[in-house]
Every structure is written in C-alpha cells, then in structure tokens.
Design a protein around this ligand. Structure first.
Ligand SMILES: [Zn+2]
Length: 225
C-alpha cells in the first residue's frame, strides 16, 4: 500500500517519461525473462558506510524491495539474491568471494535471467555525486546499461555528467554471469547530501521506477530483434 501511495504521489511521471505511450496493462512484461534483483552486500558486509552510519547494504535492499514491488505490479517474473539483511555466505566464516560465487550461481541457474545489481558508490572525498551504471562486456548488457544510465540522468539528475561504462574485468559478478547484467551505483555514500536523498523512500521509489522503465524498454528492444 505504501508503495502505491508513493507511486501515486510521484504521478508515475518518470515511468511514463521512459515508457512512452504504453500503459501498465498492455502486456508490458514479456514472457521468458526473469529479472534477478541483487541488493549488493548484506549481513556482516554492510558495504560503504556514510558519515551518519547509514549502511550501503540497507539502501541497496530498500531500493531492491521497491523494484520487486514494481516487478510484481507489472507481472515481471523475478528472483532476489537476498530479501533481508543477510549474506549468501555463512555468517561464521563469511567470505565476500563465496558470497559473490553464490550470487553468480543463482543468476546462472536462472533461465532467461537479466541481472540488475544495486549498489552505492564511495570516494575518499565528499564532493563526487551522481548515479553511474556499469555493464557486463556484451552487447545486450551495454544496451541495458546505457539506457538505464541515460534514464537515471534524464529523470532524476540532469546535472550528472557521469557516463555508463563497461564494468571492470576484475568485478567478479558482472565478469562471471552469462546473461545481460548491469550494476547500478545509485549515488555516493561519501556525499552526505546524496545519502540523505538515498535514504528517502520516495527517492528510492523513483530509482526503482526508472530501473523498471529501462528494463521494459530493453525488453521491447530485444523482442524486436
Ligand atoms: Zn557496493
């Protein structure tokens, strides 16, 4: 209910700006693809921590849960790599590598997977801000990544001059999955102003809307090929 209220208050403007003239009941979610929603980090691994103690893992999960709600709303099949503050490696002998191996296994075991991994950025100084999308090194991932990055800027942050980039080869997740895959850095944990926005449920919802609209555009594109 909360999400629907937020959607109503946002007027779905970002969604329809991206989606164009099509409506929510026009069969928007194609069959055959399963969205894998990956809230980065979790459990003992909080990811980047802001000055006020906000954990990246909590923001990642909050956005992921809203993306899940939108996937349900449009009938898009999905799985999540985690649904609470836990990791995919055992707590007792936590290993970041093992956690990532388990996430990759889930993605590669999911037929028709499309991966959206949600993270936040971090930097030694507080100035940098803005979303940036990294994409796996194949044509479909590049298309989804550039589209998502463009939409995030157009809808949420027109001043953002960052560009979408291929994910570094050393990034285990994107380097080892065998499906279209993007990693969305929604903002900087090292920028207190941005952390305030990222903690706002309405802003989290706006990000989830943009991710959803971008996925639907991407599905339209690959369905037409
Ligand atoms: Zn992260």
């Amino acid at each position: 209910m909360f999400l629907l209220l937020v959607l109503a208050s946002l007027g779905l403007s970002a969604f329809f700006l991206i989606r164009g003239s099509q409506t929510l009941d026009s069969g928007v979610a194609p069959q055959g693809y399963t969205l894998v929603i990956d809230p980065g980090h979790g459990g003992i691994d909080g990811g980047a921590i802001s000055d006020n103690g906000t954990k990246e893992s909590d923001i990642n999960l909050a956005i992921a849960v809203k993306l899940r709600a939108l996937a349900e709303l449009i009938g898009q099949p999905f799985v999540m790599t985690r649904t609470d503050d836990s990791s995919r490696s055992s707590y007792a002998d936590y290993s970041e590598h093992e956690d990532l191996v388990q996430r990759v296994k889930l993605v590669n075991d999911t037929p028709g997977a499309v991966l959206v991994s949600i993270h936040q950025n971090d930097f030694p100084t507080s100035q940098p801000s803005g979303a940036q999308v990294l994409y796996a090194r194949d044509a479909d991932s590049e298309s989804l990544g550039k589209r998502t990055h463009h939409n995030l800027i157009q809808c949420l942050d027109p001043q953002n001059r960052r560009v979408a980039e291929p994910a570094p080869r050393a990034l285990y997740l994107t380097a080892n999955v065998s499906c279209p895959a993007i990693l969305v850095e929604c903002g900087f944990m090292s920028n207190n102003f941005e952390v305030e926005k990222l903690n706002d449920p309405k802003y989290q919802c706006s990000i989830a809307l943009v991710l959803t609209g971008s996925l639907l555009q991407f599905f339209d594109e690959i369905e037409m090929v």
